[in-house]
Write a protein that binds this ligand. Structure first.
Ligand code: NAD
Length: 511
């Protein structure tokens, strides 16, 4: 197929998918936001954007919805998410394909992203009957003390391009069962998958019935100025913001200034340690997926590898071979494991980091643009493996592209210190068969990240655990475990069922 016909096949497939998913043509034609497919770099849609006033109106509708939604019993709220899960199951193939066309993921990852949405729906349905509070021993006779959890209010969601739909669902599924309406501002690079998800959610709402108020699930399309409307609005008491640390630096203080709750899910600079006892074959496969999967565009992508000096010469040449052989290409082509970068900015950022590495004397394997793929505006690269003598320079910062910095180490303490010596604190892992090393890595004096794995890479989390990281990753937690508490307010209730009025701490106040 010629370049032109490949490009037009992307456009027509995107339009056919949007139509099948129930998105009206007016939502992706004739607007001023040009959406490109990274597969070909071609514009595939023109999406109308919201004005700040329209975004504010959407928040107003969600705020009004809160008054009724918070009184709907939580298990009934869970029923809406059960229906959403059903609709997502029905739409999985189409939505997964759209993720591939709009974000460039290989098919199994596009489908995997939708599966993650289904998984969090299942989790949230169960959660809707488990929003437990504690009963607490009180020091006063004839009293009872307990905690109750109540809906908090409108939950804003700002999401990044690289998980264009899953991040919304991690937040929305929990927020909705917790009694909070949701207003979503997706990445301006991936509005089409957001429009499709919104259409799917509307089908669940229609089936649910009239006790779901209008305004429960709102979508606002635009650039960062539209995100800022969510950040500034006092009617949004909790905001989950996923994206770069630079975005978090802008958003965090503004939320703090109005005492809003922030769930910040920011950049990562994730490492893995390969210890002397590691199963090297397993480590090789774990590293390959974590470092090259999603073309290095996951927040949990493996970016720094510390290999013990006793196994370096065994592992690293094999890894370099895998880097040289991995199939880079159009994700629609059978066998492709590494798709395109999202855009030119990502490509330029990658090349800059590789130049900085060379200037430090590093040995760079791969990293060049793959010619002849996708057209002049598509950016396919061979993943880069960079042998760095010292852990320094560009390795200390996240570059959102497939670059793996590899450095030797001698002692585990040294490797853990390097693991922790960066601003970000999202994910980490160790490959070892030595129980002492594994436990030390996960202990208080081990990895300082929100995720610390053993014998798997740092990427590819499942929804059952709380997801998020420390330091410049922002400290937020989403998805499983008790992450739901961020979407609710806690009330401590003390009830006196006696005729006396004893005061706590023996205080006397007789009037
Ligand atoms: P980005 O920061 O450019 O944009 C993310 C979102 O924030 C977009 O919707 C954007 O419009 C919005 N935004 C940007 N500045 C804003 C502001 N000042 N006010 C309000 N909204 C604003 O990020 P990106 O390039 O889309 O995504 C890649 C980054 O996201 C990487 O750093 C990656 O590590 C990170 N990420 C983190 C997680 C996580 O869970 N920790 C998950 C996915 C991606």
């Amino acid at each position: 197929m010629s370049d032109t016909s490949v490009a037009s096949s992307v456009v027509s497939e995107v339009h056919a998918l949007l139509q099948r998913l129930g998105v009206p043509a007016s939502a992706y034609e004739g607007g001023d936001l040009a959406v490109r497919s990274p597969l070909t770099g071609q514009v595939v849609a023109h999406v109308p954007q919201h004005t700040p006033a329209q975004a504010s109106d959407a928040i107003g509708r969600a705020h009004a919805a809160f008054a009724t939604w918070r009184t709907v019993p939580a298990p009934r709220r869970g029923e809406l998410i059960r229906l959403l899960g059903e609709e997502l199951r029905a739409a999985k193939a189409d939505l997964g394909r759209l993720v591939t066309l709009e974000a460039g993921k290989i098919p199994s990852e596009g489908l995997g992203e939708v599966q993650e949405m289904i998984d969090i729906c299942d989790f949230a349905v169960g959660l809707s009957r488990q929003l437990y509070g504690l009963t607490i021993a009180t020091e006063r006779p004839g009293h009872r003390m307990m905690e109750t959890w109540h809906p908090l209010g409108v939950c804003g969601v700002i999401s990044a391009f690289n998980f264009p739909v899953a991040v919304w669902s991690w937040n929305a599924a929990l927020a909705v069962v917790c009694g909070d309406p949701v207003v979503w501002k997706p990445s301006e690079k991936t509005p089409l998958t957001a429009l499709a998800t919104h259409a799917i959610a509307q089908r669940a709402l229609a089936r649910f019935g009239s006790d779901a108020p209008a305004g429960l699930l709102e979508l606002i399309i635009g650039q960062r100025d539209i995100g800022e409307v969510l950040v500034q609005d006092a009617r949004v008491p909790v905001l989950s913001a996923t994206g770069s640390t630079a975005m978090g630096r802008a958003v965090g203080p503004r939320l703090a200034a109005r005492f809003a709750r922030a769930i910040l899910e920011l950049g990562g600079n994730n490492a893995a340690i390969v210890a002397p006892s590691a199963d090297l074959d397993l480590a090789l496969r774990g590293i390959a997926f974590a470092a090259m999967g999603t073309a290095g565009q996951r927040c949990t992508t493996l970016r720094r590898l510390f290999v013990h000096e006793s196994v370096y010469d065994q592992l690293v040449p094999q890894l370099i071979k895998v880097y040289g052989n991995v199939q880079v290409g159009d994700p629609r082509t059978e066998g492709t494991l590494v798709g395109p970068l999202i855009d030119r900015m990502a490509f330029d950022g990658m090349q800059k980091a590789l130049e900085q590495s060379r200037a430090l004397g590093a040995k760079v394997h791969g990293g060049a643009r793959v010619d002849g793929l996708g057209g002049p505006d598509a950016y396919y690269v061979r993943p880069a493996l960079v042998e760095l003598q010292k852990h320094e320079g560009p390795a200390l910062h996240e570059t959102f592209a497939p670059i793996l910095y590899v450095t030797r180490y001698s002692t585990l303490d040294e490797a853990i210190a390097m693991n922790n010596a960066v601003g970000a604190g999202l994910s980490s892992s160790i490959f070892t068969l030595n129980m002492r090393e594994a436990e030390q890595f996960m202990s208080a004096s081990g990895s300082d990240c929100g995720i610390a794995n053993v014998n798997i890479g740092p990427s590819g989390a499942e929804i059952g655990g709380a997801f998020g990281g420390e330091k410049e990753t922002g400290g937020g937690r989403e998805a499983g475990s008790d992450s739901w508490k961020a979407y609710m307010r806690r009330a401590t209730n003390t009830v006196n069922y006696s005729t006396a009025l004893p005061l706590a701490q023996g205080v006397k106040f007789d009037v």
